[in-house]
Design a protein. Structure first.
Length: 265
């Protein structure tokens, strides 16, 4: 008699588990939205200053349909991505060099310690005075804010690689360059991406502050203009958009990190 195989259903189980996790993850958000909707409607907070969530959602859709939201979002994205990309190009290579070469560490660490303890927002007036109110000052401020978390986490990632891995690679005859490329770099990916995700969150914060000074477009400009014109629902719609932008940034970076770290699974 021929053997028969019992079919398994991994796909259904996996789909059900994912649906369950998604449902559990949504509970807190749904509860927050329900509370936001209820509090102004029952009079605990003046609805002029805190409109119900449904009214903010309606305003968000209106801004999206007339194109105003996308225009400001596009301006903010261009600044944030430009500053973030420049910070990556500066901080990751510099962090790898400082973490791997002791001479570079001894030369540059004292100077870095001075600048990394200076808050980016505290330097906003300096950037405006030196670079003006245009795009250069805003992007430069984002670069300054993003460099430090990426740089410090990259240095830490290189320094905390398991010494046994490095010794094992050297005992197999790998040279310094091969050890760095085949052992240190892959092992550093998770910690480096922790810094990158922190920098992405910081870039949004600094961007909004920079756009509130002298900008003619952007989410920070939208929020500031809505506040001055007492268009409170528009102000909250801008704040919600910034939150969604931050979530999208984090999700994209988490996806990239997962693909680069497949070797760990």
């Amino acid at each position: 008699m021929a053997d028969t195989l019992t079919p398994t259903r991994p796909t259904t189980g996996t789909t059900g588990a994912r649906a369950g996790r998604a449902a559990r993850s949504s509970i807190a958000i749904l509860a927050f939205l329900a509370l936001w909707e209820l509090v102004p409607r029952i009079g605990l907070v003046d609805s002029i200053f805190l409109p119900p969530a449904s009214r903010v959602a309606t305003t968000w859709l209106e801004l999206a349909l007339d194109g105003q939201l996308w225009e400001n979002l596009g301006a903010s994205l261009a600044r944030a991505l430009s500053g973030f990309a420049i910070a990556l190009l500066i901080a990751v290579p510099l962090g790898l060099v400082i973490g791997w070469y002791r001479t570079a560490d001894e030369l540059l660490t004292p100077l870095l310690e001075v600048f990394r303890n200076t808050a980016a927002l505290a330097l906003l007036p300096v950037f405006v005075l030196l670079l003006g109110l245009g795009e250069t000052s805003k992007i430069s401020l984002i670069v300054f804010a993003c460099v430090w978390p990426i740089l410090l986490n990259t240095i830490s990632a290189v320094r905390t690689v398991d010494p046994l891995l490095i010794k094992s690679a050297r005992s197999l005859g790998f040279g310094s360059a091969a050890v760095f490329g085949k052992v240190v770099l892959p092992a550093s990916v998770p910690t480096v991406f922790t810094g990158i995700r922190l920098a992405a969150a910081g870039s949004i914060l600094v961007l909004v502050a920079a756009e509130m000074v002298g900008a003619k477009a952007g989410l920070g400009y939208l929020i500031n203009a809505a506040q001055y014109n007492f268009e409170v629902p528009q102000m909250y719609a801008g704040i919600v958009t910034i939150s969604l932008l931050g979530i999208a940034f984090n999700h994209a970076l988490t996806t990239v990190e997962g693909r680069l770290s497949r070797w760990r699974s």
